[in-house]
Ligand binder design. Structure first.
Ligand SMILES: Nc1ncnc2c1ncn2[C@@H]1O[C@H](COP(=O)(O)OP(=O)(O)O)[C@@H](O)[C@H]1O
Ligand SMILES: [Mg+2]
Length: 264
């Protein structure tokens, strides 16, 4: 089992969108995937047509078992028309109570200990996180094998990437001091990229100059992404064959390769 976390302290950079597309795409490709909505806004939950519920809170604070907190997602919600779903997708939903987890758990290994129970049932866990760092983020980090950092291609976005990388350094130190291995940076994903905008092209070059290969191909800004979100479907399910769906699928392919190569 591999645990992957979407991280960036800025809001609106595509964390939730990418986590939903990644989880659904990996499920289509044959993996048993659990998407954990760790943001009190519950947008990942809602994007897959589910109701907001205290999933992670119930699991960590009320000690409710996975069987009672995890919701299966029907393949009709995310499948690509004409292509069978080979794996399975589950969601641990969220609601406002997620905000109270940090003050209710005192064991930083709470998330790690809990999710290790899924070792035989789930192949890949994807955490969608909130922008504001908290003790919950720290606990998720101690369970995380690899992180993905989505970013906009705007001047101020660089800060968010740098801060996320600094946090990753502190996660690594903490994990290593406990003898729990490292946290790999799997990729920095430029999102909502507007090719015609000079600021975006310059920022993309700057990102590539600073971080090299780890910067993935940009996901372009296209209206289909918000249309699909309004229809509670991933782009490759809502509008297969479009540029947006192709960008999404390229991200899933690259992520799958990176995830399978990360050591847990
Ligand atoms: N490639 C894209 N093109 C256009 N809109 C996008 C794209 N990716 C995400 N969005 C939209 O941007 C908004 C913010 O994305 P979201 O995933 O919620 O960010 P975060 O989770 O980091 O706050 C959403 O309304 C989403 O539909
Ligand atoms: Mg979000």
């Amino acid at each position: 089992m591999k645990i992957i976390t979407l991280l960036n302290e800025k809001g609106g950079v595509g964390k939730t969108t990418i986590s939903v597309h990644l989880a659904a795409g990996l499920a289509i490709k044959g993996h048993r995937v659990l998407l954990v909505d760790a943001d009190a806004q519950g947008h990942a939950t809602v994007m897959l047509g589910l109701s907001k519920e205290p999933g992670l809170y119930d699991l960590l604070v009320r000690n409710t078992p996975f069987q009672k907190t995890v919701r299966p997602v029907s393949p009709e919600v995310y499948e690509i028309p004409g292509q069978p779903v080979e794996g399975a997708l589950y969601v641990l939903p969220s609601n406002v109570e997620t905000r109270n987890i940090s003050t209710s758990i005192n064991n930083p290994l709470a998330v790690r200990d809990k999710f290790l129970q899924l070792e035989n049932a789930i192949d890949i866990v994807v955490f969608d996180t909130s922008p504001t760092p908290s003790l919950l983020h720290g606990s998720i980090a101690l369970a995380t094998d690899g992180i993905l950092i989505p970013t906009l291609c705007e001047i101020l976005a660089f800060d968010g990437v740098r801060e996320s990388l600094l946090h990753r350094d502190s996660f690594i130190n903490k994990k290593q001091s406990l003898g729990l291995g490292s946290v790999a940076l799997l990729g920095i994903i430029p999102t909502r990229f507007k090719q015609q905008t000079l600021e975006h092209s310059e920022m993309l070059e700057e990102l590539q100059g600073a971080f090299g290969e780890i910067v993935w191909d940009p996901i372009h800004d296209r209206i289909i992404w918000s249309e699909a979100a309004r229809a509670y479907r991933p782009t490759f399910s809502y509008a297969p064959g479009t540029h947006a769906a192709r960008d999404a699928w390229a991200m899933v392919d690259r992520a799958e390769e990176a995830i399978l190569n990360v050591t847990s």
